[in-house]
Design a protein around this ligand. Structure first.
Ligand SMILES: Cc1cc2nc3c(=O)[nH]c(=O)nc-3n(C[C@H](O)[C@H](O)[C@H](O)COP(=O)(O)OP(=O)(O)OC[C@H]3O[C@@H](n4cnc5c(N)ncnc54)[C@H](O)[C@@H]3O)c2cc1C
Length: 469
């Protein structure tokens, strides 16, 4: 009955109720949490989102808010009883305020479209991740997405000035302020950033813009030891922190995987190295050439015997080839069989010790396992992905996913790290949250959830389990 009310509200084209047409809304990138639902609501106004939530609240129908459905923690697909509220038709750029370095957008705007509109206004919106062609800003803010430029600009949370949210009772909170300073009590927008749709549906946001870079240089360097990678990062930060745009770690095995399985992707260095760092510098200043700055940094690093060899991209095609080596790592692993994933962070100085210890521990558990630790090392964030041993059967290997996760996450906890650096909790890590957060933190989280969503209709079972509430 209530579902009929939603259909009537939205009219034909505003919803999907035929399971044949639901594919992209009920499957997700890793294929781990296939879903089902009776209804996918596709509102095209904030008022309709509000009306849907009011109907659902009245009938206790649980809701999964959905953006681009690229999330990697299983929070984005429905479990059967839940309806999906897709934000994809709420996709208008409401205003670009170039002079004020801000932009106001609907939650369903695709991240790449936002970047493009900012660029057209001679500005930069710096959030950047491999899923940017399909993820939506509402999803990015709800997962507090990271990506490759956190080192310089912060994560999604740091890029927001104001928010508009439909609360679990259907009321619309208009917090779309452009203020850089506003110390008027609790910062309510922070509640919804990273909440993965469990406290309300983000419908709009005021985003921060930055000066558009006019120069960008990219280098790939080879190093013998992880300690040298961390020392090079420190050197780059202390000498050129204001232009350091990205600093990514790549292990040799990842270069082998990418160059083997993507034949048009080549190793830019003539010799092989145990570890690689991708360094990107960028600046809005077009008077001071950036390439000599990077050359000086690398020369210094070679003098200090941190770097064995390196190459600076001479043109955009070479820069793209270097970035491709990094961006294809996660996807390309499937050509080598199963991959057990981790998205962890530890204090940056602890990275060498963590990778060494965690690699030894998983090798002990599964002899022949192939660790491929890569990622945003500048933020202490390692995607500690583990490819199956050569020739092993994939299904039994993947059956050990949780046991291996536990080994790795226990080590992360000892290093005062995080078992979810940027992908969130969703359904995937609810148990880990219970294990690694303190009782007081869990209690405060449950209090927040209970006070905003006492009937637990917003993305139930994600982040907190029913037992926690
Ligand atoms: C190839 C690839 C690369 C990736 N790289 C990165 C990376 O570098 N860094 C990173 O952090 N993540 C990365 N991700 C994960 C993913 O892209 C991000 O989590 C992204 O921010 C999710 O956006 P989305 O619109 O797809 O959200 P969805 O997947 O649709 O939803 C994610 C969560 O947010 C909730 N949600 C979505 N929209 C709203 C809304 N409007 N209001 C309230 N809740 C909402 C959902 O309920 C769900 O819990 C990657 C994913 C892929 C497939």
């Amino acid at each position: 009955m209530s579902l009929d009310a939603i259909k009537e509200l939205l009219g034909p084209g505003g919803y999907i109720d035929d399971p044949q047409d639901m594919g992209p809304y009920v499957s997700e990138p890793r294929g781990r949490w296939p879903g089902t639902t009776q209804l996918i609501a596709r509102p095209n106004s904030v008022e309709d989102v509000s009306a849907i939530v009011k109907i659902c609240q009245g009938s206790q129908i649980p809701i999964v808010p959905q953006g681009g459905n690229t999330g990697l923690a299983g929070g984005n697909t429905p479990l059967g009883d839940e309806i999906v509220v897709s934000l994809s038709r709420l996709n208008t750029i409401r205003e670009v305020d170039a002079a004020g370095f801000s932009m106001t957008v609907d939650a369903g705007c695709i991240l790449a479209d936002i970047q493009e509109q900012a660029n057209d206004a001679n500005r930069l919106f710096p959030l950047s991740l491999a899923a940017e062609g399909s993820c939506q800003i509402g999803g990015n803010l709800s997962t507090n997405a990271g990506g490759v430029h956190v080192l310089r600009y912060g994560s999604a949370r740091d890029l927001v000035l104001g928010l508009e949210v439909v609360l679990p009772d259907g009321r619309i909170w208009n917090g779309l302020r452009k203020l850089r300073k506003d110390n008027t009590g609790y910062d309510l927008k922070q509640l919804f950033l990273g909440a993965e749709g469990t406290l309300g549906i983000i419908t709009g946001a005021v985003l921060k813009l930055f000066p558009k870079p006019r120069q960008k240089v990219v280098a790939l360097v080879g190093l013998r030891e992880l300690e040298s990678v961390v020392a090079l990062l420190s050197l780059a930060q202390e000498s050129h922190g204001e232009v350091l745009n990205a600093f990514e770690l790549i292990p040799r095995l990842a270069i082998d995987f990418v160059t083997t399985h993507l034949p048009d992707c080549t190793d830019p260095l003539a010799t092989q190295h145990a570890w690689y760092a991708l360094i990107e510098l960028a600046t809005a200043d077009d008077n001071t050439p950036l390439t000599p700055v990077l050359e000086n940094l690398l020369a210094k690093a070679i003098d200090l015997q941190l770097v064995e060899d390196g190459v600076i991209a001479q043109n955009e095609a070479q820069a793209a080839n270097i970035w491709r080596l990094r961006e294809e790592i996660s996807d390309i692993q499937k050509h080598e069989g199963g991959s057990i994933k981790h998205d962890v962070s530890v204090p940056v100085q602890m990275i060498p010790a963590f990778i060494t210890e965690a690699s030894q521990a998983v090798e002990q558990a599964i002899p022949g396992i192939r660790p491929v630790p890569f990622g945003h090392i500048g933020d202490g964030n390692i995607h500690f992905n583990l490819t199956q041993p050569k020739g092993a059967a994939t299904a039994p290997y993947l059956d050990q996913w949780e046991a291996i996760n536990e080994i790795v996450h226990d080590i992360v906890a000892r290093y005062d790290g995080s078992f979810s650096a940027e992908h969130g909790i969703g359904r995937a890590k609810v148990d880990e949250l219970r294990k690694y957060k303190s009782p007081l933190e869990l209690e405060l989280m449950a209090n927040l959830k209970n006070s905003l969503d006492p009937n637990n209709i917003m993305n139930p079972g994600r982040i907190l389990s029913e037992d926690d509430l």
